[in-house]
Design a binder for this molecule. Structure first.
Ligand SMILES: Nc1ncnc2c1ncn2[C@@H]1O[C@H](COP(=O)(O)OP(=O)(O)OP(=O)(O)O)[C@@H](O)[C@H]1O
Ligand SMILES: [Mg+2]
Length: 237
């Protein structure tokens, strides 16, 4: 049923909540788009979908429709990204009070039944933890590549070890770690890799983003004005 062949499917994961997975999904998406690639975004955070909110500040999106011929979900095209999220089908204040099996079913539905079209990359914004969404995405749906997000913080590092152990158990490939919210600087505005993260994980640290003032960061996620300098020119390409 899937229409893509050579698309790179990459899950952006961490283990810990609030470390920048959703923000980095969009930062990477904007980076790849600026290089001319066609990017799809799948929000796999069923209980706390924030991707669309971050992408369109006014939340002005319509409900998904089905393609009459194929019965597939027609994704939204937002800022040239092909996007699907449970957020399109729920009211903004409504909680998804769903147990694991239903969460898995919804993720599978969003992934398998969306008419993604021809994409170069599908980026999957993962929820926190190592629960049902991870087993569904990495195991049942056989997504093999994972970008890890780390913050130099006891809780994040401890949870990231759990995520790494899950990745190993499922024989998946970590593409490396993106360190976020760094407060280690060599010179102003030039963050350096955390020695602790470097020592505790075998994964390559791909780049480091500093902690920016919140207001600036929100703008940066979409325009990459100041953030672009931290991302290697050939990142993922
Ligand atoms: N480098 C940064 N500088 C400043 N603020 C940041 C940075 N990275 C993330 N944030 C802020 O941290 C908060 C959490 O980010 P985000 O929602 O992307 O994390 P998450 O890992 O997806 O969270 P969750 O696990 O809840 O889905 C947001 O308010 C975001 O704007
Ligand atoms: Mg998130």
């Amino acid at each position: 049923m899937l229409t893509f062949k050579s698309m790179e499917k990459i899950a952006i994961a961490s283990g810990k909540g609030g470390v920048g997975k959703t923000s980095l999904t969009l930062i990477i998406a904007n980076f790849l788009k600026s290089k001319g690639y066609k990017v799809g975004l799948l929000d796999a955070d069923i209980h706390g979908p924030n991707l669309v909110q971050l992408l369109v500040s006014n939340n002005d999106v319509s409900s998904p429709k089905s393609d009459k011929g194929t019965n597939q979900l027609v994704p939204q095209i937002i800022k040239n990204f092909v996007v699907n999220s449970i957020d399109f089908s729920m009211s903004k204040e409504e909680a998804t009070i769903w147990r694991g099996p239903l969460v898995s079913k919804v993720i599978k539905h969003l992934y398998l039944n969306t008419k993604w079209g021809e994409l170069d990359y599908l980026l999957i914004d993962m929820p926190p933890g190592t629960g049902d969404a991870y087993l569904t995405i990495l195991d049942s749906l056989e997504i093999d590549k994972i970008l890890l997000v780390a913050v130099e913080d006891d809780f994040c590092i401890s949870n990231l070890h759990k995520t790494c152990s899950l990745i190993n158990k499922l024989n998946k490939q970590s593409l490396g770690i993106i360190e976020n919210l760094s407060e280690n600087f060599s010179v102003p505005s030039s963050p350096v890799i955390s020695k602790r993260i470097k020592n505790e994980f075998d994964d390559e640290i791909l780049f480091v983003l500093p902690r920016l003032p919140r207001k600036i960061f929100y703008q940066e996620v979409n325009n990459l004005d100041k953030l672009r300098r931290y991302i290697p020119e050939n990142f993922l390409i």
